[in-house]
Structure formats: structure tokens, C-alpha cells
Design a protein around this ligand. Structure first.
Ligand SMILES: Cc1cc2nc3c(=O)[nH]c(=O)nc-3n(C[C@H](O)[C@H](O)[C@H](O)COP(=O)(O)OP(=O)(O)OC[C@H]3O[C@@H](n4cnc5c(N)ncnc54)[C@H](O)[C@@H]3O)c2cc1C
Length: 361
């Protein structure tokens, strides 16, 4: 039953929006989620590889979302030289459709309402409230959470500047023989000048193979496939999407906050955004609760209670990630290959590196 006024309207039922809604509703707020697609979690635009944190942060069981577990990663230079690292903690290959859907189900269980097949268009200020215009009508709210992904309409309408750096990711799920517990990461100017290519096994026969680049991602992908597989192949699940990365200057405006990819809660070195988005969702929900409790919806309050709080946790990791991203991608191929050799004696140290926050665990 739709309400006359909401405490919080969340745009986007991805993991960041769904989790913000679930946590805000469990704190007692009236929450409405607006999602443009009819089916939550589709279309999938993600490889679905995440650290052990995905279980605790999503609040889901392994059996709800996990397709495969991997514990080894091979970092290749384009001449085939590689460094293999072994993670002490399990790394999961997940079903992204089920992740989004199950988080949304939990949000509804906590009392949030979800309107699918509904597109956010714009908002207008009306006193201390916002009137949110959507393809299914207008809704009044105290707070608007933009969890609407890397090309956030909420950010655009609220004139919040998103980081400018972005990549286009392209992926196909390919049939071949794979080691089911080894992920491959391929670096090199001819593979993709801006990022890396990945091979993430679902099982022995199928792997999610993709890469990201600023331009011509599909062309680079075709070349990589020829190099890595050297044959005709069967495929399923073709997908693509935008990865926006960098440290956002401010993720808030009066009555408005951004979370997840909309706020570039993304690891700049891997493009992964689910873990950071779920971490930030907790800060978003708690700040919404405080804002409603204190009847403070102004930018200054949201800056102190949300922007500064998530940045305290995530901005050091994002800055380290940006440094690593830039360092890897300015290296000529020969230097990257040499670095892999230099790093080999340090494997025990590197095996302990936290893949989300980039420090030793
Ligand atoms: C090729 C590729 C591979 C990736 N692989 C990984 C990976 O392995 N691991 C990882 O952690 N991350 C990965 N990512 C990143 C990950 O997909 C994102 O970080 C994650 O989806 C962000 O979640 P979110 O909830 O912020 O946004 P999204 O998942 O983008 O959700 C936004 C939601 O908002 C909805 N929406 C948008 N506009 C509107 C509107 N106007 N009105 C209503 N609804 C709207 C969308 O339909 C969508 O459901 C990958 C990204 C790409 C492109």
C-alpha cells in the first residue's frame, strides 16, 4: 500500500540500493524502492567475483548465491609470464541475479516497498520535502537515495558531480577446459591498454571471460579470445556495462545521497563495486535514520553523517586503488612482466593482501 509520504525513496534495486532499503527499513523508516526493470537483478552486468565479505555484508547464505569458490589468481603479462597468488580466504563466484533479488526480498521482509518497472525521472523541492517524479506517478519523500548505478540520473538531476573516469566492460561466458579454482588476470597494452582481461571459472567447463577498456572493448575482447583460446568456442550470457571509478568530491546534496556505483563506491584497480557498495549502504541507512530522527535533511548534516563517515572507511582504499591502477597502466609491457618476476619472492606477503582494502590482513 503506497504511502503519502516516505522517509526514504531509493532509486535502484541493485545491491547498494536493496541493502540501503533493507537496513533503513529495519531501523523503522518508511522506505520505497523504485526500479526501472521488471525483474530485479536482470539484466546482469557483472562478473560476480567477490571476497569472503560478500556473505556477511549481503546477509545471505552461501547456498543463496554462490556458484563457485576460487582461491588462486594468476596475474599474466601479455607474453604469458605469470605470478600465481593463493588467497587464504575464500573468493566467491556468485549468481548476481540471485544476489540482487535476495537482498530485495530481505528488504521487503523488513518492511520496504518496491515498485518495479518504474523509472525515476526527476524531482522538485517542496519545502523540506522532495516530490519525486517517476513513470508511475509522483511520490513525496524526506530523503532521496540515488543507488541508480554508474550513470546516475539522481546525481545528474541533483547536480552532484560524479568522477569522470570510466571504462566499458564486456564479457561472454565461454565453454572450454578450465581449472575451477584459478582466476586469470591478463595485463598488457595489446590486451587492453586501460585495464585487464579476466577468466573467472564457473566450473570446469564454463568461465566468465571479459575485459574493460576506455574504447573499443569488444575489439580488444575479440583479440584476447584469439590469443587465449585460439579456437572457435561456444558461449552463453553476453553482457556489458560501465565501470565508473574515482573518489567522488561529495556524495550528498540537500535531501539527497548517493550510494554504490552512483557514488563510485568501486575498487579502481579491479572495477569491483559490490563490496564497497554494501559497506556504504550501512552508512547510508544509518544517516537516513539520524536525519529523520533529528529532522535534518540539509547538505551540511548529510555531509557530516554520511559523506565523511563512508569516506573515513573507503577513501584510503580508493586512493590506494587509484595509485595501483595508474602504476600498472603506465608500465610498459616489459616492465610489468619484470615486476611479476620481482614480486615472486614476496608471494607469502602478497597472499595475505586484503583484496578489498589493499592492506595486509
Ligand atoms: C563487466 C562488469 C563486470 C563487473 N564485475 C564485478 C565483479 O566481479 N565484482 C564486483 O564486485 N563488481 C563487479 N562489477 C561492478 C558491479 O557490477 C557494480 O559495482 C554493482 O552492480 C554496483 O551496484 P549498485 O547497486 O550500486 O548499482 P547497479 O547494480 O548498477 O544497480 C542500479 C540499479 O538502478 C536501476 N536504475 C538505474 N537508473 C534508474 C532509473 N532512472 N529509475 C529506476 N531505476 C534505475 C538499474 O536498473 C539497476 O537495477 C562489474 C561491472 C561490470 C560492468
Amino acid at each position: 500500500m503506497l504511502k503519502n509520504i516516505y522517509d526514504v525513496i531509493v532509486i535502484g534495486a541493485g545491491p547498494a540500493g536493496g541493502k540501503t532499503a533493507e537496513l533503513a527499513a529495519s531501523l523503522g523508516l518508511n522506505v520505497l524502492v523504485i526500479e526501472e526493470h521488471e525483474e530485479i537483478g536482470l539484466p546482469v552486468q557483472c562478473t560476480g567475483i567477490d571476497s569472503h565479505r560478500i556473505i556477511q555484508l549481503s546477509g545471505l547464505k552461501e547456498s543463496d548465491i554462490v556458484i563457485n569458490k576460487v582461491n588462486r589468481a594468476r596475474f599474466y603479462s601479455q607474453n604469458g609470464n605469470f605470478l600465481e597468488l593463493e588467497s587464504k580466504k575464500t573468493v566467491y563466484v556468485i549468481d548476481r541475479h540471485k544476489l540482487d533479488k535476495n537482498i530485495a526480498i530481505n528488504a521487503v521482509k523488513k518492511g520496504a516497498e518496491i515498485l518495479t518497472g518504474t523509472r525515476f525521472k526527476d524531482f522538485k523541492r517542496s519545502g523540506n520535502y522532495l516530490m519525486v517524479h517517476t513513470s508511475s506517478g509522483n511520490f513525496k519523500t524526506k530523503l532521496l537515495v540515488g543507488a541508480d548505478g554508474p550513470n546516475s540520473s539522481v546525481a545528474r538531476k541533483a547536480k552532484i558531480e560524479q568522477p569522470k573516469e570510466y571504462l566499458i566492460g564486456y564479457q561472454e561466458t565461454i565453454k572450454d577446459d578450465f581449472s575451477e579454482n584459478i582466476v586469470e588476470l591478463w595485463f598488457g597494452k595489446d590486451i587492453t591498454p586501460d585495464f585487464f582481461a579476466w577468466v573467472v571459472p564457473e566450473n570446469k567447463n564454463w568461465a566468465r571471460v571479459g575485459l574493460a577498456a576506455k574504447n573499443k572493448a569488444v575489439d580488444y575482447f575479440r583479440n584476447f579470445i584469439k590469443k587465449r583460446f585460439k579456437q572457435e568456442y561456444d558461449k552463453k550470457d553476453v553482457l556489458g556495462g560501465v565501470i565508473r571509478y574515482g573518489l567522488i568530491k561529495s556524495s550528498v546534496a540537500d535531501n539527497i545521497l548517493l550510494v554504490g556505483d552512483a557514488a563510485s563506491h568501486v575498487k579502481p584497480y579491479s572495477g569491483g563495486g559490490i563490496i564497497y557498495g554494501l559497506i556504504a549502504a550501512k552508512f547510508a541507512a544509518e544517516s537516513c535514520f539520524l536525519a529523520v530522527e533529528k529532522n535534518r535533511f540539509d547538505k551540511e548534516f548529510l555531509n557530516k553523517e554520511y559523506d565523511q563517515k563512508w569516506k573515513k572507511v573507503l577513501s584510503p582504499a580508493i586512493k590506494r586503488g587509484l595509485f595501483l591502477h595508474d602504476l600498472i597502466h603506465i608500465m610498459p609491457n616489459w616492465l610489468f612482466s619484470l615486476s611479476l618476476n620481482i614480486a615472486k619472492p614476496f608471494r607469502p606477503l602478497l597472499n595475505n593482501l586484503d583484496m578489498d582494502l589493499l592492506f595486509n590482513q
